[in-house]
Design a protein around this ligand. Structure first.
Ligand SMILES: [Ca+2]
Ligand SMILES: [Ca+2]
Length: 222
């Protein structure tokens, strides 16, 4: 039995990043032009041919080597009461413990802009200990019990890629890692507005020494 919709979705997923120009921003995405003192135009997010064991030829790299800049890339798509975001993730470098704030890879589900300002509905993170956390009420909270993925940067025995899936409604985000549902997150902004896209970023403007790879991004309004 054929599943034309699923086939089309799978094609779209493969095409994301894979057909985008090397060293560019993936189609459909935009970056924040944070102004820094030394490196204007130093954006730190690009499609890289170095995809270390992703099984594909290109991945999206998010590199923070700036104490003045937060590399972030986002995609705004249609407004919906439900938004699913799925991607594969491999950490190349976590900031060493003791050299700044705890290292994390951040991924957000975006809310409806208010007064032209982009809002974050769900503020989520892969922590350097392999836990998945969400930010609500002013603190980071672990989803589920302990680490949900292997945060190893080593590629000695093959690079470890993890698949992270978030299915968000206007009030709750359910997180699944490598096929296992680990728990839910509440909203960062306390709102109930529609969902409009997603963002990936490093963890800190002031800190650096982080490098992350993202691939096979899939998003839908169901
Ligand atoms: Ca790829
Ligand atoms: Ca930084």
């Amino acid at each position: 039995m054929q599943h034309p919709q699923r086939d089309r979705a799978a094609r779209r997923r493969r095409q994301l990043v894979e057909n985008d120009p090397v060293n560019g921003i993936p189609r459909g995405y935009a970056i924040d032009h944070t102004i820094d003192n030394q490196d204007i135009g130093h954006l730190e997010v690009w499609v890289s041919p170095s995809s270390v064991g992703s099984g594909t030829s290109r991945a999206l790299r998010i590199l923070d080597d700036s104490g003045d800049h937060l590399p972030a890339v986002r995609r705004v798509d249609s407004s919906s009461t439900v938004k699913t975001l799925e991607f594969r993730f491999h950490p190349e470098q976590w900031r060493p413990v003791g050299t700044g704030a705890s290292s994390a890879f951040l991924f957000d589900v975006l809310a409806t802009p208010v007064g032209g300002q982009r809002r974050v509905a769900f503020h989520l993170a892969v922590w350097n200990d392999g836990t998945i956390r969400y930010h609500a009420g002013g603190v980071w909270r672990t989803i589920g019990n302990g680490p949900a993925l292997n945060p190893s940067t080593s590629c000695t025995a093959g690079c470890i890629w993890s698949t992270i899936r978030v299915r968000a409604t206007t009030t709750t985000a359910t997180v699944t890692v490598n096929g296992v549902q680990i728990g839910t997150a509440t909203r960062f902004d306390g709102g109930t507005s529609n969902l409009t896209g997603h963002q990936f970023s490093a963890s800190s403007t002031a800190d650096e020494q982080e490098s992350f790879l993202v691939d096979d991004v899939y998003t839908s309004n169901s």
